[in-house]
Design a protein around this ligand. Structure first.
Ligand SMILES: NC(=O)c1ccc[n+]([C@@H]2O[C@H](COP(=O)([O-])OP(=O)(O)OC[C@H]3O[C@@H](n4cnc5c(N)ncnc54)[C@H](O)[C@@H]3O)[C@@H](O)[C@H]2O)c1
Length: 280
């Protein structure tokens, strides 16, 4: 008799954390993978050759509606699903606008698309960032970011970020990243309210400095170096630190955990909060 397994959708699946999550979750669940990178097809083939079940590998921009529909068609199984959303852009990789589009707007579109498939037992983890914890709350930004699908969202948030950065494009990228991740923390709380009555859970993880391809670039910046040096545990994180935390958060052992964020940062945020380290 065939064993029916849950399906896990991993976004950013050919990135550092995405790969680690696919390898770990893929031991017990069938995988649906997506990433903008053309490296995705090769990674999916590697996994299949190693015995993993990959039912779909969808290459493209997560903001693309047709791509989302194709992914969701692949996710239909009647069983509770798993979502690990790692796709994202950081200031070393992109400018302020695309960072906000991918980290927040595409995240909201993804959650909207997956909601009709939620069943009791479904669980999602969004990857936020410790940067979202360090950013002070800006009520005007928070109000705008509560509705990122509004037609005037991008011009309005871009104007706010440009004003804060005073024309410094590098600074604007950092502000956009921190705000977008702060918005993911709030989004997790809001969706937990909507998903709870469906028996579905949603949480987020805020990584500190994790030496993935993105993390290696960020570690060269003053902010990234400060994050890494702040960790009382005295080491940067590895992608599997995030995958192991995500595996717990989507497991039955975490069945009373929803609407909250887990810092996986080696203690960096605690060090900043306690005044034991300075932001770069
Ligand atoms: N690495 C760190 O130190 C660190 C720290 C805090 C938060 N994060 C967050 O963790 C998540 C995973 O990052 P990572 O370190 O694995 O980075 P990574 O760059 O290795 O992987 C990210 C993946 O997202 C994909 N992606 C980017 N834009 C996309 C789009 N529009 N559509 C589809 N896919 C897209 C990229 O192709 C890439 O494969 C990100 O959201 C990042 O912001 C990372």
């Amino acid at each position: 008799m065939a064993i029916t397994r849950r399906k896990a959708l991993i976004t950013g699946a050919s990135g550092g954390m995405g790969k680690a999550c696919a390898r770990l979750l893929g031991t017990t669940q069938d995988l649906v993978l997506t990433d903008a990178s053309p490296r995705l097809a090769q990674f999916a083939e590697e996994l299949r050759a190693e015995g993993y079940t990959v039912t779909g590998a969808h290459q493209g921009d997560l903001g693309n509606e047709a791509l989302l529909q194709a992914i969701m068609a692949d996710m239909r199984s009647g069983l509770p699903l798993t979502l690990i959303h790692t796709a994202g852009l950081s200031p070393s990789l992109a400018k302020a606008g695309p960072i906000m589009q991918v980290n927040l707007v595409a995240t909201v579109r993804l959650l909207d698309a997956i909601e009709p498939l939620l069943r009791p037992g479904a669980a999602a983890v969004l990857i936020a960032s410790s940067a979202g914890h360090l950013m002070p709350q800006i009520p005007e930004a928070a109000a705008l970011m509560a509705d990122p699908l509004a037609p005037d969202f991008m011009p309005r948030i871009s104007a706010l970020i440009d004003g804060m950065a005073q024309g410094d494009a590098e600074k604007a990228g950092g502000i956009s990243y921190s705000l977008s991740k702060q918005a993911v923390l709030a989004l997790t709380q809001r969706r937990a309210l909507a998903w709870g009555p469906l028996g579905a859970r949603i949480t987020s993880i805020s990584p500190g400095m994790i030496l993935t391809p993105m993390g290696q670039k960020e570690a060269q910046t003053s902010g990234g170096a400060a994050m890494q040096n702040a960790a009382p545990l005295g080491r940067p994180g590895v992608a599997n630190d995030i995958a192991l935390a995500a595996q717990f958060l989507v497991s039955a052992e975490a069945s009373f955990i929803s609407g909250c964020d887990l810092l996986v940062d080696g203690g960096s945020i605690a060090a900043f909060r306690q005044g034991a380290a300075k932001i770069g």
